[in-house]
Design a protein around this ligand. Structure first.
Ligand code: MN
Length: 404
């Protein structure tokens, strides 16, 4: 089949028919519903599906992707082939074209109702850097790190869509050398460049999801910024892990990239030593080669390579469910900060400034942690099935003052 699309400007673009991410969009006075991106246009799926009398057309009328997520892998794949057919068959053009809207005329809403949110810690380089910064006198990696993908349960109610402002949080912190903790706005506000994996197909309590069942349960991927208040985090985290230092906001892209779009980006993991326990053992191509960019006030400050991640998302999901914890449509799990081995590949300002001790230059100014008014944007691209690069939807947020 000739895969070229008839949508003008889309062929060869980062949003060609090998991408096709989903969003929930608002356009004019229409109620919010599911949109699919092709080139610089958004396809309003509901009227097209209704005209074709699809059994599943109701899922496109919902103000969240959750009803689509609930359908599961066979339906997701079917819908993707159906849409690909519509966008590549000239004979369908008269039906579909009236339902294309320019992407800059729509507003993207939070694409799915977030059920449970978990954040992992799967970059060897990030975990090693953080270990060296926070615990300079001990091993950078904790004893469990190479045996399991470490994670914590986050706060799903504060996951926000790209473009939402983030208010600098207040909290309790104790600086090194201080006798007692103090209360006030965080002075070490940071970002974490991550991927978020969006779960669709649910499981029951007691079920385990094996590493090879990953694609049955995970619908797609979004860029994720795990905003982090390092001073609050450092004081509160021992012994139970992150709490208020991260729960104030987590930003995700308005676009969810289907897993199928990342088939051409699959790569082997960099290598695991020691060999993980059986339930975490994966074969080849368990990783994803996705190039991320961290943009601070318009300047690229880092290029974290997702291919360098130690644990695969299939291992994260297998570990998340190995105790029988169930999955719900809309569950979200973050990869953990993506940091590569090089200085220019670090996915947090904590690492880029080495705990604030090594300021770095952005637009001619020395910087460490975030200032009020800063805008941070994460962008990413990956190899697409048509031989070019596909883009993930960006995630952006601006820091607002703490207020009183
Ligand atoms: Mn994180």
């Amino acid at each position: 089949m000739n895969p070229a699309t008839w949508v003008e400007g889309a062929s060869g673009s980062p949003f060609d028919v090998d991408n096709l991410p989903y969003a929930v969009v608002e356009h004019g006075d229409e109620p919010p519903r599911v949109g699919l991106r092709i080139g610089d246009q958004v396809l309003d799926l509901a009227p097209v599906a209704a005209a074709e009398m699809l059994e599943v057309s109701h899922v496109f009328e919902a103000p969240t992707l959750n009803p689509l997520l609930e359908l599961g892998r066979p339906a997701w794949s079917w819908v993707r082939s159906w849409v690909t057919g519509l966008l590549t068959d000239e004979a369908e053009r008269h039906l579909v074209e009236p339902h294309l809207v320019p992407v800059d005329e729509v507003t993207l809403l939070l694409p799915f109702e977030v059920a449970d949110y978990v954040d992992f810690y799967c970059s060897l380089h990030h975990a090693s850097n953080v270990g060296r910064i926070f615990r300079p006198d001990s091993d950078p990696l904790t004893r469990n790190w190479r045996h399991l993908p470490i994670g914590y349960h986050g706060r799903s109610g504060t996951v926000v869509v790209s473009g939402t402002d983030v208010r600098r949080p207040h909290g309790q912190r104790r600086a090194p050398g201080d006798d007692a903790p103090t209360y006030g706005p965080s002075s070490r506000l940071d970002i974490e460049a991550e991927l978020g994996f969006v779960v669709g197909a649910a499981t029951r309590i007691g079920d385990q999801v094996a590493v090879d069942a990953f694609a049955e349960h995970v619908f797609g991927v979004t860029l994720l910024n795990d905003w982090s208040a390092r001073d609050i985090q450092a004081w509160e985290s021992v012994p139970l892990g992150p709490f208020l230092g991260k729960s104030f906001a987590t930003s995700v892209s308005g676009w969810v990239t289907p897993l199928e779009a990342l088939e051409a980006a699959r790569v082997d993991l960099p290598g695991q030593d020691p060999e993980p326990l059986d339930y975490l053992r994966v074969g080849g191509l368990a990783g994803f080669d996705i190039d991320i960019e961290v943009v601070l006030d318009g300047e690229v400050v880092s290029r974290p390579p997702y291919a360098s991640m130690y644990w695969s998302p299939a291992q994260m999901l297998a570990h998340l469910t190995v105790n029988g914890a169930s999955l719900r449509a809309g569950d979200l799990f973050g990869s953990g900060t993506v940091s590569g081995p090089e200085r220019g590949q670090r996915g947090s300002l904590l690492e880029l400034s080495w705990g604030g001790t090594e300021p770095f230059t952005v637009a001619g100014r020395l910087r460490t942690f975030l200032r009020d008014g800063d805008t941070v944007t994460l962008r990413a691209t990956a190899a697409g099935a048509l031989g070019g690069r596909i883009a993930l939807g960006e995630v952006s947020g601006t820091v607002r003052p703490a207020g009183s």
